[in-house]
Design a binder for this molecule. Sequence first.
Ligand code: ZN
Length: 79
Amino acid sequence: MVCKCKRCGKEINHDGEYCVDCPCKGMQEIFQKYPDVKQAFKESIDEMKKPENMKKMVDDTVRFMTTVQGLQERARKEK
Ligand SMILES: [Zn+2]
């Protein structure tokens, strides 16, 4: 069975909802805006590189990104 990333639609070859590129790309954007977050996630990203942790980390990271982006959306609307 071929899985596709829920975010970008790219085929993924691991067991998960999202490809690895989406969280990596999204996190880079977040790190640029919030340098403090980068330090907090440094460890997580190292963990994420282990295949056994990939599904959980990718899913968690996308969830986190979605939360941050949701907050940004809301902040924009409140201005
Ligand atoms: Zn993707």
